[in-house]
Design a protein around this ligand. Structure first.
Ligand code: CDP
Length: 230
C-alpha cells in the first residue's frame, strides 16, 4: 500500500501525540513529535543559563544553534527512538514544567524554527510519517495527504495532562497545568512566524467527548480513505 504523510496539529495537551503514536504503530509509520524538538532546544537554553526569570538571552541561543544537536535515536534500553539533545536522551527532562513554561517563547524565535523545520522536512521526505505539532499542516508539510486538527475543552485537556505528569512522578498542580496550556495556546496562536492555525484542508477532531478508541477509529478511517485516493 502506498505510504502517505499525516500532519496532526492542534492546541496544547489535546492528545495529538497519543493519536499520532497509535497511528504510527498501526500503520508501521515513523512518528515524529515536533514539540519534543522545541522542548529540547528550550532545555538547552535553560541548562546554559540563557533563560532568566526576567528575560531571555536569545542572541546567545541563536549563535549556538549550529552546534546544538537535536535528533531522535534509539537508546540501548529502549526499542523506540527517543529525543536526544547533544547525544543524551532527554525525554523525561523536556516534560518538566520549567520547560513547558518557556517553550513557546523559544519556539517563537525564527532562527529556532528555521533549524527545526528543515530537520522535520528531511525526516518526512520518504513518506510514511505521522508528525504532530502546531504548524505541520500549514508550514512544515503543506502537501501532507491527510491533515488533522485536534481540539478539546481546555479543562478536560488540563486534567488529562495533569494525570500524565503525576503518573511520571512530577510535582505539579492542576491549576498550574491549566494556566500553562492556556498561555501556550495564546502565545502559539499569536506569534509572528508560523503561528498555530488550522489548515484549510484539515479535518477537525474535537475529542472532548471521544474515547481514545473512538478517536483512533475515526482517524484510521480517514487514513484509509485518503490512502485509497492517493
Ligand atoms: O504539551 P504539548 O504536547 O501540547 O506540546 P508539544 O507538542 O510538546 O509542544 C510544546 C511547544 O512547542 C508548543 O507549545 C509550541 O510552543 C512549540 N511547538 C511549535 O511551536 N511548533 C511545533 N510544530 C510544535 C511545537
Amino acid at each position: 500500500m502506498q505510504k502517505i504523510n499525516i500532519a496532526i496539529d492542534g492546541y496544547s495537551s489535546c492528545g495529538k501525540s497519543t493519536l499520532a503514536r497509535q497511528l504510527a504503530e498501526k500503520l508501521n509509520y515513523i512518528y515524529i513529535d515536533s514539540g519534543a524538538m522545541y522542548r529540547a532546544i528550550t532545555l538547552h537554553a535553560l541548562q546554559s543559563g540563557w533563560l532568566h526569570d526576567d528575560g531571555f538571552e536569545r542572541e546567545k541561543l541563536i549563535a549556538a544553534l549550529p552546534h546544538i544537536d537535536v535528533r531522535f535515536a534509539r537508546t540501548p534500553e529502549q526499542d523506540k527512538a527517543v529525543i536526544h539533545l547533544n547525544g543524551k536522551p532527554v525525554e523525561h527532562l523536556i516534560r518538566e514544567m520549567r520547560v513547558s513554561a518557556r517553550v513557546s517563547e523559544v519556539a517563537a524565535v525564527p532562527e529556532v524554527r528555521a533549524k527545526l523545520v528543515e530537520l522535520q522536512r528531511d525526516m518526512a521526505r520518504e513518506k510514511g510519517v505521522v508528525m504532530d505539532g502546531r504548524d505541520i499542516g500549514t508550514n512544515v508539510l503543506p502537501d501532507a495527504h491527510l491533515k488533522l486538527f485536534m481540539t478539546a475543552d481546555p479543562m478536560v485537556r488540563a486534567e488529562r495532562r495533569y494525570s500524565e505528569l503525576k503518573e511520571k512522578g512530577m510535582q505539579v498542580s492542576l491549576d498550574e497545568v491549566h494556566r500553562n496550556l492556556l498561555q501556550r495556546d495564546e502565545e502559539d496562536s499569536n506569534r509572528a512566524v508560523n503561528p498555530l492555525r488550522q489548515a484549510e484542508d484539515a479535518v477537525v477532531i474535537d475529542n472532548t467527548n471521544l474515547t481514545l478508541e473512538g478517536q483512533f477509529q475515526k482517524a484510521l478511517n480517514l487514513v484509509e480513505e485518503t490512502t485509497r485516493a492517493a
